[in-house]
Design a protein around this ligand. Structure first.
Ligand code: COS
Length: 396
């Protein structure tokens, strides 16, 4: 039996199956062979962006009428999972490319969609610039301002941890247009990467996914007009949170890919390596944790593909998306930890792939809403549902 056969497989339609197989073949041929090098050299893979364009991966979320594939979220998860299993950095870059399209799909004008989604198809990313030094989990606390200036606004502030920053053609920048209105005073602006006053001035030296760009963005007197607003003025926080609802499902899919890669390594090594005269897997101390990971990985897949399917049915996915991200990222953590343990000393040393996966998975519990935020979202919903039920009982 092949190790992967034990894990539950989602039932995909013909289109998603075709794309999953295509992604697996491209990832095996082009992404997996460079995974170790990208990590070692902390190198952004420009050649993989060309591959995205050549194979259509750059347009997975772009609507068909604009030349993209307009795929379902289920198909996108299957692709992100395959690519992440081959190379965590490339999976994260692809997911970030797709994320950039979401605010435009939700709130972009026809002209914005044509320009920026057209660029995305050519491999020119749209980056999401929300987080600031004092506003990570508390997104409403951003201090970047967009104050009225002539025919538009002047943006001043600093964004951190901007995915694809420096390689993007456009940035969706969230700024306060009404400093006294709290969460209802934030607006999203599409800012061209070459706008005067926009500077990418630092790249982070990261523990994992070292082939990705994570940048510091300074905005000093960047001039924008009403044509740059994405969605409604002062409703940018809602747009950001709607975007993150979907982004969290694709982070869950990255987690599935990393967990699967770690699980396959761990299972193969447990069968290959012998101690005390028998393969490691003949010991329950090794077989049982592998069984647990196989079960958890199957459960994480069920949560993730169901959240994606719910989105495709037109349902709001804040809660299933939060569960999928929370669980999948923690399964990836446990799977990578087990792979390191089974490899033993080798697992602690480079260039063992288990060592790389252990570092790569760590960000999944942090970006696009830390595990604590997913629990906060779910905890609030639990309180609301109990109170609603109690109120309904009193009213009955
Ligand atoms: N979809 C659409 N709208 C949403 C939403 C969602 N998932 N979640 C909240 N909103 C709306 C609320 O309905 C509210 O709208 P109104 O102003 O019309 O009432 C508004 O957004 C503010 O919501 P809320 O009051 O719940 O905001 P809070 O500041 O209390 O906190 C959390 C919201 C903590 C959940 C949010 O800030 C969050 O998700 N933080 C994490 C941010 C993140 O993921 N950062 C990573 C960035 S990418 S690396």
């Amino acid at each position: 039996m092949k190790a992967k056969d034990v894990i539950w497989e989602p039932r995909l339609d013909a289109e998603a199956t075709e794309w999953k197989e295509r992604a697996r073949a491209v990832a095996a041929e082009r992404f997996a062979p460079l995974a170790e090098e990208l990590d070692r050299e902390q190198r952004y893979p420009h050649e993989h962006i060309e591959t995205f364009v050549e194979t259509g991966l750059s347009g997975i979320l772009v609507p068909r009428e604009l030349g993209g594939a307009g795929l379902s979220m289920v198909a996108i998860c299957a692709i992100v999972e395959e690519v992440s299993a081959a190379c965590s950095s490339t999976g994260a870059i692809l997911a970030a490319h797709a994320l950039g399209a979401v605010p435009l799909q939700i709130g972009g004008t026809v002209a914005q969609r044509e320009t920026m989604l057209g660029d995305l198809l050519q491999g020119k990313a749209v980056s999401f610039a929300l987080t600031e030094r004092g506003a990570g989990s508390d997104a409403a606390a951003i201090t970047t301002t967009a104050l009225a200036d002539g025919d538009g606004w002047r943006i001043d502030g600093e964004k951190i941890y901007v995915g694809n920053g420096g390689a993007a053609a456009h940035y969706i920048v969230f700024a306060k247009t009404d400093v006294d209105a709290g969460p209802r005073g934030i607006t999203a602006f599409a800012v061209p990467g070459d706008a005067a006053g926009l500077v990418v001035d630092r790249y982070e030296d990261k523990m994992g996914i070292r082939g990705t760009l994570t940048s510091n963005l300074r905005l000093e007197g960047v001039h924008v007009t009403p044509a740059n607003i994405v969605g409604e003025e002062n409703r940018g926080l809602k747009l950001a949170l709607q975007t993150l609802d979907l982004g969290r499902v694709s982070v869950a899919a990255q987690g599935l890919g990393i967990a699967l890669a770690a699980y396959r390594l761990a299972a193969a090594e447990a069968v290959r390596r012998e101690t005390f005269g028998k393969p490691l897997i003949e010991n329950q101390g090794i077989a049982f944790p592998l069984a647990d990971i196989a079960t958890e990985l199957s459960a994480a897949r069920m949560l993730t593909y169901e959240a994606a399917a719910a989105h495709d049915r037109g349902e709001r996915i804040s809660l299933p998306g939060a569960m999928a991200k929370l669980y999948s990222s923690e399964v990836a953590h446990r799977a990578a930890d087990l792979a390191v343990q089974i490899y033993g000393g080798d697992g602690f040393c480079k260039p063992c792939p288990a060592e790389r996966l252990y570092r790569d998975q760590r960000i999944l519990q942090i970006y696009e809403g830390a595990s604590e935020i997913q629990r906060l979202v779910l905890g609030r919903a639990i309180g609301d549902s109990v109170r609603a039920e109690a109120a309904a009982t009193v009213g009955a």
